[in-house]
Design a protein around this ligand. Sequence first.
Ligand code: CA
Ligand code: CA
Length: 147
Amino acid sequence: MNVRNFLTKEEEQKVVRSVKEAELNTTGEIRVHLENHCADNTLKHAGMVFHEMGMHETEENTGVLLYVAVKDHKIAIVGDKGINAKVPEHFWENIIEQLGNDFKAEKYCDGLCTALETIGSQLADHFPFKEGDIDELPNEISFGDDE
Ligand code: CA
Ligand code: CA
């Protein structure tokens, strides 16, 4: 397994579509970042990636990063401070668990799409879509190291 062939081009487009669809329900801005390895604490590292990607610069601090180190099977979800202030602790836990199970079953694309759908619907409870909302962050997948 390598981040370069983790998803086919077609599957990548499916994931991008899932991001777009999830964002139709919420003002949250979701991004997916895939890389091979994460040597550090997963959540801490994902938090760093979140900042490197400029995801902390949304208007209402509603950025959400779904981070996956594909070779290390590490998953993290990072929400910006606008989100953390509103949602309960362990808000993302069910999604991480589900995605971990899907990856074990080698359902990579479907797992990601399901996770994105759930992120969208859970966000919609706290940050429903508002008229005039704009797409603040790209919906494309971001790729990290492929070593
Ligand atoms: Ca938006
Ligand atoms: Ca977006």
